[in-house]
Ligand binder design. Structure first.
Ligand SMILES: Cc1cc2nc3c(=O)[nH]c(=O)nc-3n(C[C@H](O)[C@H](O)[C@H](O)COP(=O)(O)O)c2cc1C
Length: 348
């Protein structure tokens, strides 16, 4: 409601300064009574989310505005990425607007106050919704020691988080995305799951994995099999993309990850692939998806549109041969409009 009026003023500032101003305003909003929404609550992973709309990691990295965000009506807020020790992140400028593309480019590199300070802040929160803590490794920690950083973060935030998201997908910490390779991911997740079991008082804290949108079909298939086998509670798709297709604006050539409009379709493809039956994943899902969306879409929107699987005729395959696929472009909006699941966002 206020954004169209505030936008010109915010755009007068450098993006990072505008972000800091927004956080200061939200800190004040934390003194307002929590807003009530008519949206129905959602149960997932043993958690009760007051509504489906949440805020992704990166906006409130240091958990300074959780109460204010709650007052705006968010059902969940994911803070972080939090690292074991405080760090400054990359040098400025490191955040760029691409208004013509409806996008942001960032290479912040996890600037944050460190897990201990952030946990102390979360202990004092009044927000009654769900708080996820997104954890990662310090930039100075060698990739071989990423497990140690992640486990110490988990220990520090365990009592104050409703769920923990393991970030192996930021493009702005050297080699971090390499942790998505099964040889590195399996020991990382195994160590975290073991630590979580050790720390559990009543029931284990839900553990999610946040992935990149730039994985190949084969990599995505392997990753899906691994997290299923290990019993990870969920996957957050997706982090920012390194893709630069159809970007307009001078900042498009900067290093960093793109979020916003250009990421949307890519992230939805990842979500669709993760939801597809195992046989439909794998090397060829992208090719099949492209074939399918070029065909005639018979969107069968059932009562729950986001769960709808679309049937599309494959060109040249004769009548009757159909593929189960993700949404065709025409239906994408309907499919993604009201988020049916609070986790698994490209857009929360
Ligand atoms: C400025 C900025 C900072 C971000 N920082 C983080 C971060 O620290 N950790 C993380 O997991 N994702 C981070 N993200 C990624 C977002 O959480 C989200 O996954 C991504 O922006 C895609 O969603 P969107 O297109 O709806 O913004 C950041 C995104 C932006 C724009």
């Amino acid at each position: 409601m206020w954004y169209p009026a505030l936008r010109p003023a915010l755009f007068a500032f450098d993006p990072e300064r505008a972000h800091a101003l927004a956080l200061s305003g939200l800190r004040l909003a934390g003194h307002l009574p929590p807003s009530s929404t008519r949206a129905p609550p959602v149960s997932l992973m043993g958690l009760s989310f007051p509504n489906r709309v949440g805020l992704a990691a990166g906006f409130d990295k240091n958990a300074v505005a959780v109460d204010g965000l709650g007052a705006l009506g968010f059902g969940f807020v994911e803070v972080g990425t939090v690292t074991p020790r405080p760090q400054a992140g990359q040098s400025r400028p490191r955040l760029f607007r691409l208004p013509a593309s409806g996008a942001l480019l960032n290479r912040l590199g996890f600037p944050n106050d460190g897990a201990e300070a952030i946990a102390a802040r979360l202990r004092r929160r009044r927000f009654r919704g769900i708080v996820g803590v997104n954890i990662g490794k310090n930039a100075a920690t060698p990739i071989e020691r990423a497990v140690d950083d992640s486990v110490s973060c988990l220990r520090l935030v365990h009592g104050v988080a409703d769920y923990v998201a393991v970030n192996v997908s930021s493009p702005n910490t050297a080699q971090l995305r390499g942790l998505q390779a099964p040889a590195r991911l399996e020991p990382l997740l195994t160590a975290l799951l073991a630590e979580r079991a050790r720390l559990a008082v009543a029931r284990p804290l839900p553990l999610l994995l946040k992935i990149a949108p730039d994985l190949s079909g084969a990599e995505l298939g392997e990753l899906a099999r691994l997290v299923t086998r290990l019993g990870v509670d969920g996957v957050i798709a997706s982090n920012t993309t390194l893709g630069r297709a159809s970007l307009a604006g001078g900042a498009a050539g900067e290093r960093g990850g793109i979020s916003g409009a250009p990421l949307r379709a890519v992230a939805l493809e990842v979500v669709a692939a993760l939801r597809a039956p195992r046989a439909a994943r794998g090397d060829h899902w992208r090719r099949r998806h492209r074939l399918a969306v070029r065909g005639a879409c018979h969107a069968r929107r059932r009562r729950r549109p986001r769960r709808a699987l679309h049937r599309a005729r494959v060109p040249g395959s004769g009548a009757g041969r159909t593929l189960r696929t993700g949404p065709c472009p025409a239906c994408r909006a309907a499919v993604s409009a009201p988020a049916r699941r609070p986790i698994g966002h490209n857009a929360s």
